[in-house]
Design a protein around this ligand. Structure first.
Ligand SMILES: [Zn+2]
Ligand SMILES: [Zn+2]
Length: 393
């Protein structure tokens, strides 16, 4: 095991950090590769070409196979992270899968100790915790500089390939890397290092007990994984809310017992429905994966006394007014989750492999675009009709 495996805990909602870490790579090789960059919020993506670096002894250069357009990329593109402006041009993209293109001289295995070599398919954390700050050392929460190699770092800075929207990706020390089992095709793995690992980590943290009534707010990629995982963890009734009929149909295909279209129902009606479906008690667990602040207020109301709330979609700013006494009087547990511990990646891959005949995971990647057509792909993803748009390389 030669890629340092930094094990820390990431469960606190923190700001994307913008501190540069020292570069650690050697001189460029002769090949070059393209990246797609943005120069301003909601701006067109432009292509830039850079020499592909040789990996440092403890690094890997990946040839990208797929990079998805995740909701967080769309938020970043909208300008949600101020740090983005500090290092233009910026490469976005973080939900990705690729093959080992060049491997550092000291890298022999992945983070689980499995042998890896050039040509192997791998999936890896898009973040790189520092390993020595308070949060890394205690394991309590997210390392504040875990995105420092990427967000706010110009693509002009070597090793250039610091984001997923590029033909190559540079995995420096601090990332965790996992070989992909042969049985899992790229389309089933490309959402693993964000959506699937995030839900695996979040749902384990909040816990599900046999028979729990679960409400899931949002039926995008995170919500659909949540249905499968909650079911396999022993959930009883699963109720899913979303505004898009196609997503709700997919939620049913994943096994939701009841779906509610938030555009076609009133708040009160949804609350009454949840109460009716739970013996007038309320849900044991509400999972927020919608990224829409008012869902928080509704989710709290839907919980029974002693209920638990997992919120992982509301990653950008937005305010709501609510009654804190409701949390106290109902003795609720509120858990935020943003990022995950690296072990969630192999756990998510095992989970998908084990249950792939039960859930239509292949439908999570609803639309394919060529990397050349990233602007069309982003525009379509922004409309919100796709579950996941993926860019093919
Ligand atoms: Zn993501
Ligand atoms: Zn740290």
């Amino acid at each position: 095991m030669t890629i340092p495996l930094l094990v820390a805990a990431w469960n606190l909602v923190t700001m994307l950090a913008g501190v540069h870490q020292p570069s650690n790579f050697s001189s460029p090789m002769s090949e070059s590769g393209r990246v797609a960059v943005v120069l301003k919020s909601r701006g067109e993506f432009e292509f830039r070409e850079y020499a592909v670096p040789s990996p440092a002894p403890d690094a890997i250069v990946v040839k990208m196979s797929r990079c998805n357009i995740c909701g967080s990329d769309i938020h970043l593109w909208h300008g949600s992270a101020a740090q983005l402006q500090e290092g233009l041009p910026q490469i976005l993209g973080h939900e990705m899968v690729g093959t080992v293109y060049r491997i550092g001289s000291k890298v022999e295995t992945d983070s689980l100790g499995q042998k890896i070599e050039e040509g192997d398919r791998i999936v890896y954390t898009y973040f790189r915790p520092c390993g020595h700050c308070h949060f890394c050392l205690t394991g309590d929460a997210n390392c504040p500089t875990r995105h420092a190699h990427w967000v706010g770092v110009s693509s002009d800075d070597p090793p250039h390939f610091n984001g997923g929207f590029g033909e190559y990706y540079y995995i420096g020390p601090g990332h965790s890397v996992f070989k992909i089992p042969d049985e899992l095709p790229d389309d089933l793995v490309s959402p693993v290092n964000c959506a699937a690992a995030q839900m695996m980590f979040g749902l384990r943290k909040i816990g599900i007990r046999p028979g729990d009534a679960v409400v899931i707010q949002g039926a995008g990629g995170l919500g659909l994984y949540s249905i499968a995982m909650a079911r396999e963890m022993g959930a009883g009734k699963i109720i899913v809310l979303d505004a898009k009929p196609e997503r709700l149909k997919l939620a049913e295909a994943f096994g939701a017992d009841l779906v509610l279209n938030v555009n076609k129902t009133k708040d009160r009606e949804r609350l009454v429905t949840v109460l009716k479906e739970t013996n007038r008690l309320g849900a044991d667990l509400v999972v927020e994966v919608a990224g829409f602040p008012p869902t928080f207020v509704e989710g709290i109301k839907m919980l029974r006394n002693g209920g638990r709330y997992l919120t992982t979609g509301n990653i950008t700013q937005g305010q709501v007014s609510f009654e804190p006494a409701e949390i106290v009087r109902k003795a609720l547990t509120i858990q935020g989750a943003y990022g995950y511990k690296p072990h969630a990646i192999p756990e998510a891959m095992d989970f998908i492999a084990r249950t792939r005949t039960k859930y239509p995971y292949e439908k999570l990647i609803s639309h394919h675009y060529s990397f050349d057509d990233i602007n069309e792909g982003m525009a379509f993803g922004d409309e919100g009709d796709a579950i996941r748009v993926t860019l093919d390389f």
